[in-house]
Write a protein that binds this ligand. Structure first.
Ligand code: FA5
Length: 345
């Protein structure tokens, strides 16, 4: 085939192609290994001199023209095919009821919102903080220097960039203090809660998860004492459970509080008899708390000579277990809808 014949055939085939597969096949016919234009280029080795130059220029120009024509036609056909698919798609009326059961809020969301409402009504602000933080905020600012044995209690997921997934909501304390400490006298008392997801490399059982929720609370003012702490804890628990619940307060060690306490709740699953949900002790550790350590206040830019405060770290996931009678903490992350969707609000 001479150049003129190839040109004509090219125009005819491009014209006739009405589907992307056809234009693709036509492209191979002309530009593929054995295509007409590729063969014409290979045939140049049989001519010499001026003829080779003229013919070479013509075949190469034809090749460029063919490439442009194929990609133009391919784009045009793709557009047409996409438009046809859209036109053929069924039309959905999103306002028609699906007939399926409506979704519901996760039990942890329900408990978290309830606690937020209780604390908001007592003047606490609800803070936001990220799930990724750093060593300083999660440990050092909380009076847990590097190599401190308290770090062993929180087996931490470190990221490659040196940051980490927060192991407790106490990681937000320094940020909260700095936020409200800027204009401290005007903003006193600082009252803030912070609900958030925590991550620890834990072996899981009925009351331990590797991903769970806590709610941090801090209150700072002049003359804050343990009795303020106990008052807020009691109010929160009696409102969440809407009945008297048995709790016990015992000494607990956390480097960021002094003194520190463990607040345990009598297991609502077994009524205190002992079961797997409470590791057979009849009690569940729910809300460690204490008076904020002077070093932590100092790290947050607050003078411990003038101000005192309390902090607590409420185990929100365990609170949801106790409130809704969920025996196994692992159900919360399991996607077991029968368990998770029954607490419609
Ligand atoms: C802390 O995380 C401290 N930051 C709490 C605190 C805050 C103390 C402020 C003093 C002042 P602890 O590791 O004990 O402490 O966790 C607090 C609560 O989170 C526990 O009582 C428990 O209710 C819950 N919790 C801890 N680990 C898990 C886990 N693996 N699965 C489910 N809940 C957990």
């Amino acid at each position: 085939m001479n150049i003129e014949e190839i040109k004509k055939k090219l125009a005819d085939e491009i014209d006739a192609a009405d589907k992307t597969e056809k234009i693709e096949a036509a492209r191979v016919n002309f530009l593929g290994k054995k295509g007409h234009i590729t063969s014409a280029l290979a045939g140049l080795k049989n001519v010499t001199g001026d003829e080779k130059r003229t013919l070479g220029q013509a075949v190469n120009a034809l090749k460029r023209e063919a490439e442009a024509l194929f990609s133009e036609k391919l784009a045009e056909l793709r557009n047409l095919e996409e438009r046809a698919l859209i036109d053929a798609a069924p039309v959905y009326d999103l306002s028609i009821p699906s007939g399926e059961k409506a979704g519901s809020l996760h039990p942890i969301t329900l408990v978290s919102r309830e606690c937020e409402a209780i604390f908001s009504s007592m003047g606490f602000t609800v803070e936001e903080y990220s799930e990724i933080t750093d060593d300083y905020n999660c440990f050092e600012a909380l009076n847990i220097p590097k190599d401190h044995p308290a770090r062993d209690m929180q087996d931490t997921y470190y990221l490659e960039n040196g940051q980490l997934l927060k192991t407790h909501t106490s990681a937000a304390q320094n940020t909260i203090m700095r936020k409200y400490g800027k204009n401290l006298e005007a903003g006193l008392p600082i009252r803030a809660i912070f609900p958030g997801r925590c991550f620890r490399n834990e072996a899981t059982d009925a009351c331990h998860e590797n991903t769970f929720f806590q709610m941090e609370g801090v209150m700072i003012d002049r003359d804050i004492s343990i009795s303020n702490l106990i008052y807020f804890m009691k109010t929160m628990l009696s409102e969440v459970f809407e009945r008297d619940v048995k709790v016990r307060l015992r000494p607990g060690f956390f480097p960021f509080v002094e003194p520190g306490f463990e607040l345990d709740i009598s297991c609502a699953i077994c009524g205190g008899e002992g079961c797997p949900s409470c590791k057979n002790s009849g009690w569940l550790e729910l809300c460690p708390c204490g008076m904020i350590h002077p070093n932590v206040l100092t790290a947050g830019g607050i003078d411990p000579e003038k101000y005192t405060g309390f902090a607590f770290g409420l185990g929100l996931t365990r609170l949801a277990m106790m409130k809704f009678g969920i025996k196994d903490i692992r159900d919360f992350n399991s996607g077991k809808l029968a368990n998770l969707t029954q607490f419609v609000h």
